[in-house]
Ligand binder design. Sequence first.
Ligand SMILES: C[S@@+](CC[C@H](N)C(=O)[O-])C[C@H]1O[C@@H](n2cnc3c(N)ncnc32)[C@H](O)[C@@H]1O
Length: 253
Amino acid sequence: MIKISDRLMVMAILVGNLKTVADIGTDHGFLPIYLNQLEERKKIILTDISEKSLNKSKENVYFHLKNRDAVFDFRVGDGLDVLEENEVEAVCIGGMGGFLIATILAENFEIAHSLKRIILQPRNGQGKLRWWLENSGFKITANKVVMEGKVPCEIILAEQDVNCKIDKPANLENYNRLTEKEKLKYYFRKEMMYHNGTSGFHLAISNLYKDVLIYKNLKKAKERNLEKEQIQLYKIDYYKKLIKEFIDSIKVE
Ligand SMILES: C[S@@+](CC[C@H](N)C(=O)[O-])C[C@H]1O[C@@H](n2cnc3c(N)ncnc32)[C@H](O)[C@@H]1O
C-alpha cells in the first residue's frame, strides 16, 4: 500500500466504495493510487490543468502500480471541463483555495449536480466554500479535520440536497455581503470539535489564538478601528464558548 498523508487518506475514505471517481488537480496522483489500492474501482480519472503535473501523476501511477490497471484515465484540463455528465459518481478536489473550488463546481454546475459525493479539501476560503455549497443545492454531510504536520486541514463532504430546489449556482460575490458574524458560522462549525479526535479541538484553539493576535494588533494600531475590534471580540467569545462547551462535555465516570 502506498504511504500517503492523513489528509489524502481521509479524502479517500470519504469516497467510500463508489466505483467511479475523478481527482481534479491531482498533481502527484497519490490519492488516485491509494483509491485504487483501497477498493476495486471501475474508473479513476486523474486531471490537472498543468500537463507537467499530470505527467508527474502518470510517473507515480506507473511506479507504484507496476501493472497499471486499465481503470486509470489521464486528462489535461480546467476543473470539471474534462468530464461528461454522469461519467463518475465522485469527485475529489484537494489542495486548492475554497474560492477556486467553488468556481470549478459552479462552472460545470450540471456535472457537479450529477455526482453522488464531492470531497473537497480547501487550503483556505473554507467559509466561502461552505456558504457556496449550501446556497447552491448541496448539503454538507461531513466536516473533517486532520493534522498535516502542525497545520489542521479541513475536508468537506458534500452531497446533493434533494429537498432543495436551487437550480443555479450562488453568486460568490454575495458572500461578501454577509456580516462577519454570519461568515463565522460557515468558517467554523461546532460539530468539527466532536467528530475529529483532537484535530477539531486543535483547529478551534488555533483559530482562537489567531483572532486574539489580530485583536491585540488592532488595539496597538495608531488609528483604532473600534468596529473591527468589536468583531474580533465577538469571534474570540464564539471560540471560547465552543471550546468551554466541548471541555464540559467530557465526562469522566
Ligand atoms: C497543491 S496541488 C494539490 C494536489 C493534490 N490534489 C493534493 O491535494 O495534494 C494543486 C494542483 O491543482 C492544479 N490545478 C489548479 N487549478 C486547477 C484547475 N482549475 N483545474 C485542474 N487543476 C488545477 C495545479 O496544477 C496543481 O497540480
